[in-house]
Design a protein around this ligand. Sequence first.
Ligand code: ADP
Ligand code: MG
Length: 357
Amino acid sequence: MENQQLHELHEAHVRSFRAKMPVAPESKPPLSELQSTVVCRCRPLLPDHDNGSFQAVTTNGPNIYVHKEVSKAGLVNTTGKINSKKFQLHASTSDGDDQSIYDLFVQAVVEKSTAGGIGCVLAYGQTGAGKTHTIEAMMEIMFGTGIEIVAVSCFEIRSDEVHDLLNDGEELRVLTGAEGTDNIVGLKKVETVEGEVTEVVGRAKSLRSTASTNANDQSSRSHAFYTFFLPSGGSLTFVDLAGSENKADAISHSESENADERLKEMKEINKSLGDLKECIRLTLVNSKGGKQQHIPYRRSVLTRLLRTSLDVSPTSEVKTTFLCHVAPTRRSLPMTINSLNYAEQMVSATNAAREAA
Ligand code: ADP
Ligand code: MG
């Protein structure tokens, strides 16, 4: 059977799955009540990126379906039948509309910060799933609201090293202060007056993308932080996390002479993403009362620097949105499943804390 024919069969099965899908259920608990929201954003198919693929992911309110072809070991699937695996987060979207992502999932975080609290928007997912697109779009929409921002700092974490994106990528040290909080020594905090912030952030973004053309997509191998300081004393951080791909993918992306280095980097990225999840989980376990567990913030630079933003316990002044990005293609399905598994673990941690509150 021709690939193209099979492809059309798959597509037809996905279409009929969608036709039978019920109206999107309401999110439980309601989004407005969530202090920490976990959302799946599936980017649209891109003609020049995903040639010939079809939407192998369907989003429906909090439910996300991943359509895998049914195949018996060793046999070619000639029916195009699909098996639709369901994941459940707080919400999901796949229409590619940045403004509605902002309105539904980011605006409330910004409001928390303008009221003096700590807001954090994190983009997670495999390389090419749209993390940088979302973070940049969210910042632009926010600037367009006329929000007053008094200062900005931008840095990235690459192989556990911190580089200042507003100071030529200078490497900086992280030190623990007397109160136990971690600070980046000498990080530039650029004061901004009205209208300047777009230009300042533009400098940081272009430093990040220059590095990426020089050396084999560096940007997907670093966690980038953009922090905005507000007149209220609150702050808002956008984090564009490093790509969450697995080892095999990481190696296939790089030239063979870089494979060792790339593997080491990947291990560190995956470790820091694992630490992130564990810190959130334990913060929420602790918020239930009972015997307090040690939270291993110190395990990686990522968690040391996110420490305050990760305290999403019911009594804190923190609000976060975790945007789990997936690509809609069949080829991405293994990574998509990984990413959604990770996101589901985030949801169960936050829901457990809510129920206990
Ligand atoms: P990542 O940062 O996760 O590696 P990118 O943000 O660079 O991914 O996105 C990969 C490609 O997909 C880019 O060409 C980007 O412009 C495009 N893209 C991502 N999200 C969207 C979207 N919501 N609408 C249109 N194009 C998108
Ligand atoms: Mg990116």
